[in-house]
Design a protein around this ligand. Structure first.
Ligand SMILES: [Zn+2]
Length: 338
């Protein structure tokens, strides 16, 4: 079974890295879960702990878009009403609609439809959401850790919503724990969702001068500032540590103490790392029938996250330290980050 788990979570080291990214409360719950289910450790524990960050959601979005853009929805079956926010008109609203685009803000995917300007689908995978696309018996999937059984006999017990398209292909939204959702939204609700996020560094139109002005006014640590999604969207705990390492800035420095050059280096590093992660995570959405589910993932490229007590890969003069900054496990090199 471990063969078909995502690469990001099939090593103990990667598992620890994900653990360190969780809040203390969530981490305690996960430890309890780990103890309770230790008998199934390889299969179940990794499945529960894995949580995708933005680059993985972006990889899923891009690859899903390539599959379903322009497809007309013929039927919609709801198997778990909670996932669609118990909207009785979910199926009737979407039947006959043609998918125009899938956008994304933060980890929220936004489906839009041709000739519809007040009808959208908002989808959040949360911890255990997955998409499976089936065409001519070829299955591809993306999202939460994928196991061989997850794609068996679709729709299966974890399928929340099943769409069929006019070309006889199918899209399934599966969610083992029902934390995620796929719900209908108006244009106003989409605007409201967007307003909760700042610019993303990976976007071409990222407003650097606005970001810089706001950042240099902050009295918090640079790590706390970068984790604030209203200031800059998309940098999760792992990416902030990696970006600060690349930019050679200590995570506990006050944001207001940064020079313009340092702030520029940080945001450029965050952008580069996330873009690289999206490229690497591009295999998340794949044909497991053909490949057995082997996936690439950015955890192979981490320099400091989860690397505490190992030699700094850059200066090779100090060990990576782990401290708490902004309430999160934080990794840095005390020698080459100033
Ligand atoms: Zn170093």
């Amino acid at each position: 079974m471990s063969k078909v788990l995502l690469k990001s979570c099939h090593t103990e080291q990667a598992c620890q890295a994900w653990h360190a990214s969780l809040s203390p409360h969530t981490s305690k719950i996960c430890i309890a879960v780990r103890l309770t289910f230790c008998i199934y450790k390889d299969a179940i524990i990794h499945t529960i702990l894995y949580m995708p960050e933005l680059p993985e959601v972006e990889s899923v979005r891009l690859q899903l878009l390539a599959k379903v853009r322009g497809k007309k929805i013929c039927t919609v079956k709801i198997l778990h009403p909670k996932s669609v926010a118990h909207r009785g008109d979910f199926a009737t609203q979407l039947t006959g609609k043609k998918i125009e685009h899938i956008d994304r803000i933060g980890k929220l995917m936004i489906f839009s439809f041709e000739k519809e300007n007040d009808l959208y689908l908002l989808c959040h995978l949360r911890m255990t959401g997955q998409f499976f696309y089936v065409q001519n018996e070829h299955i591809s999937g993306g999202g939460h850790s994928l196991t061989a059984s997850a794609s068996k006999d679709l729709p299966n017990k974890h399928t929340c919503v099943a769409f069929s398209f006019a070309d006889h292909s199918f899209l399934y939204f599966n969610d083992m724990r029902l934390f995620g959702y796929i719900k209908i939204a108006s244009a106003e609700e989409v605007l409201d969702a967007r307003s909760k996020f700042g610019d993303e560094p990976i976007r071409d139109n990222f407003n650097f001068s606005s970001f810089l002005a706001q950042l240099l006014r902050r009295s918090t640590s640079i790590k706390a500032a970068l984790l604030d999604q209203t200031l800059v969207a998309g940098l999760g705990n792992i990416y902030v540590d990696e970006a600060l390492f690349k930019a050679k800035v200590r995570p506990d420095r006050k944001a207001s103490s940064l020079t313009k050059k340092e702030a520029t280096a940080i945001i450029k590093a965050g952008r580069d790392i996330m873009l690289h992660s999206i490229t690497v995570g591009g295999t998340t959405f794949q044909h497991f029938v053909d490949t057995g589910g082997e996936n690439g993932n950015y955890t192979d490229y981490l320099k400091v996250f989860g690397k505490q007590n190992t030699l700094c890969p850059r200066c090779k003069k100090a060990q990576i330290q782990k401290i708490r900054v902004a309430g999160r496990g934080t990794h840095f090199c005390p020698q080459c980050q100033k």
